[in-house]
Design a protein around this ligand. Structure first.
Ligand SMILES: Nc1ncnc2c1ncn2[C@@H]1O[C@H](COP(=O)(O)OP(=O)(O)O)[C@@H](O)[C@H]1O
Ligand SMILES: Cc1ncc(COP(=O)(O)OP(=O)(O)O)c(N)n1
Length: 267
């Protein structure tokens, strides 16, 4: 039996909806063995982020080395990286282990407004990590912060995607969850020459905590199995749609998505 393996390098969400926890659940649901290197511990629940406790860059590097030198990884996903120092360490590790199937989810701010990346670390993300990404998955505010383009229209999104591709990411997905106009959510994908659009019915719900992590983790899981990035994005869109459409209804705020919905109910 071939065992496909994916490594997530991200923050821990004690509430289980986002971060490392969302990534590992998604890997498992898509039939991929999940491994983790934790960058920061957050005290977090459906009401917000109550605390952020970063690990040292040395601790992050040690976790990655442990995975790389024994188990290996077919794909790698990065999420909350918190500081420029951790970003540079992760970039060095990606290069050292010659990982190519790398998904960079440039996590900056939680939906409730809590910062998960220091402001001065945005430059390091652009310079050190973005050029190593096979797929980058910013939401609209993250694409704006990385490119300086104010995104109001689909044309603006295409412009931001072109710039992100020019910075070195081979496939750019500018997700549409924050564009609350229209009946559909549209994720735009750019491969350097053409655009494709992944559309689904917009679900009217407040239970969207962790959608971005779940989406990027699903892309990484599919890449780990050897899928083409475009097919991986298609599966990720269907996975997250099902996870939002079948909410668990837990917690008192913005609840987590349902990571087993895709397996249980399909798309
Ligand atoms: N209300 C919604 N209905 C359907 N899909 C959604 C909804 N909100 C977000 N999504 C999808 O969830 C994924 C994450 O989107 P987004 O909210 O833009 O990212 P983030 O969680 O990083 O802010 C995308 O595939 C997006 O299309
Ligand atoms: C530890 C941790 N990492 C990432 C996030 C952001 O997750 P995201 O999928 O963008 O979902 P929201 O926080 O925006 O609901 C996080 N919250 N915690």
């Amino acid at each position: 039996m071939t065992v496909y393996k994916a490594l997530t390098i991200a923050g821990s969400d004690s509430g289980g909806g986002a971060g490392i926890q969302a990534d590992l659940k998604t890997f498992q649901e898509l039939g991929v063995f999940g491994m983790s290197a934790i960058t920061a511990v957050t005290a977090q629940n459906t009401l917000g982020v109550q605390g952020v406790y970063p690990l040292s860059a040395e601790a992050v590097a040690a976790q990655i080395e442990s995975v790389a030198t024994d188990l290996g990884a077919d794909a790698v996903k990065t999420g909350m990286l918190f500081s420029a120092e951790i970003i540079r360490t992760v970039a060095e590790q990606v290069k050292k282990h010659q990982w190519e199937r790398v998904v960079v989810d440039p996590v900056m701010i939680a939906k409730g407004g809590a910062p998960l990346l220091q402001e001065e670390a945005v430059a390091a993300l652009k310079e050190a990590l973005l050029p190593l990404a096979l797929v980058i998955t910013p939401n609209i505010p993250e694409a704006e912060a990385l490119t300086g383009v104010a995104i109001r229209t689909m044309d603006d999104r295409r412009e931001a995607a072109r710039l992100l591709h020019r910075m070195g990411a081979r496939y750019v997905v500018v997700k549409g969850g924050h564009d609350d106009e229209g009946e559909e959510t549209v994720d735009l994908l750019y491969n350097g020459s053409e655009f494709s659009y992944f559309k689904s019915k917009r679900i009217d719900t407040r239970h969207t905590h962790g959608t971005g992590c779940t989406f990027a983790a699903a892309v990484a899981a599919e890449l780990a199995k050897g899928r083409h990035p475009v097919d991986a994005v298609g599966t990720a869109k269907a996975f997250v749609q099902s996870a939002i459409a079948h909410p668990l209804g837990i917690g008192h705020g913005h609840g987590p998505t349902n990571h087993w919905a895709y397996r249980q109910y399909g798309e």
